[in-house]
Design a protein. Structure first.
Length: 369
């Protein structure tokens, strides 16, 4: 664990600090990264609290941000013994941080949490001002717990309908900000298409084993020579995904990569996206104005992926497919949609009617900095 740096003392006083709490998966970490970048532009001193399991440590190293690592794990969906172990780790980490932090504490310090189990460390902070950013249509357990046990100055909502879950809480203000996405994704040109040719498959920061096996089966039965395919499969899944394309006799031009370093270029290239229903993916699709065929994870906590995806579909931006037991029905439905240029054209007509806000700017403008 990193030590708190003595240089924060200035003439016997403590300089103002902003704590960012985010860890585990890209859905929590990447919105936090954009807020961190915007805070750094304002010369705000940042301390990031996270875990060793997500991308946050490398992000902090890249941005030159102080990183404090804690051994925290989630507790939902686990057996009783694992849940007790998770709670004990939380209290041990929380108390350790409380006694270490209070030596360097300042009443001017602030914190913003981005959901997930890591956020519960905020229960141990003696701070006046704590914010939260909730990415999903249904707030996660950590944010809901915090909102009932800890005074939260503002909660920034990725999806406005999440406000229904904060009626009897200690939240001062709810802000319908949307989810912050990376600056480099903003400002893409609108796309008008009569026929789509470029298909982008993204499985999220960890990849999707289901999509890696499903999509080659779908494309193997399609006769559309103009179709080009780019498939992001996740770490250590490249060879098996490439083999799936070959096994299913996909004759179209395709490339498979573990990660996509330049998402702006990938979105610019794409005509249609096949993806899961993660909150950040949905938010990016809306703001870069790209239509999608979305297959939500069916057993996601509180079915939040299905609700995120329905938000997209109900506005006419794309189509949602359920991952049910009848895999052949899903394959057939996806094939029909890929060949249905008329529907895709209508999705883009709806996307191009909308103007979308800079969520990161809304959040920064609503922080007391």
């Amino acid at each position: 664990m990193n030590q708190i740096d003595i240089k924060w003392y200035q003439g016997g006083k403590i300089s103002k600090k902003f704590f960012i709490v985010a860890g585990g998966t890209g859905g929590h970490v990447f919105p936090a990264e954009q807020i961190a970048r915007d805070l750094l532009k304002k010369d705000i001193s940042i301390i990031w609290i996270g875990t060793a399991r997500g991308p946050e440590k490398n992000i902090c190293k890249k941005l030159g941000i102080k990183f404090i690592e804690y051994d925290l794990v989630g507790f939902r969906g686990k057996g009783l013994i694992n849940k007790l172990s998770s709670v004990l780790k939380l209290f041990r980490s929380g108390l350790k941080f409380f006694f270490k932090y209070r030596v360097f504490s300042s009443q001017n310090d602030q914190m913003i949490v981005f959901g997930g189990y890591t956020s519960l460390i905020a229960l141990f902070f003696p701070l006046r001002t704590i914010y939260a950013q909730e990415q999903n249509s249904i707030p996660g357990s950590a944010i809901r717990i915090l909102s009932k046990l800890k005074y939260l100055d503002k909660v920034f909502l990725g999806f406005g309908q999440a406000s229904n879950y904060f009626k009897k809480t200690k939240v001062n203000f709810l802000v319908d900000s949307g989810n912050p996405i990376r600056d480099e994704l903003l400002g893409l040109k609108q796309k008008n298409i009569d026929q789509f040719n470029n298909l982008l498959i993204i499985g999220g920061s960890q990849g999707s084993d289901f999509l890696n096996h499903l999509v080659p089966k779908v494309l193997g039965g399609i006769d559309k020579n103009s179709l080009k395919i780019r498939h992001q499969c996740g770490l250590k899944h490249r060879e098996i995904t490439q083999e799936a394309y070959k096994k299913n006799n996909v004759n179209n031009q395709f490339t498979v990569s573990e990660f996509i370093d330049d998402m702006r270029e990938a979105y610019e290239w794409s005509d249609i996206v096949i993806c899961r229903g993660g909150a950040l993916t949905i938010s990016e699709l809306i703001k870069v104005r790209r239509s999608a065929f979305i297959i939500p994870i069916p057993n996601s906590i509180d079915n939040h992926q299905i609700l995120n995806a329905k938000f997209f579909e109900e506005r006419g931006f794309g189509k949602v497919f359920e991952q049910d037991s009848d895999i052949n029905n899903l394959i057939s439905s996806l094939r029909e949609s890929i060949l249905d240029n008329t529907s895709v054209k209508s999705y883009y007509e709806q996307l191009n009617k909308n103007s979308f806000t800079n969520s990161s700017k809304i959040i920064i403008d609503n922080l007391n900095i």
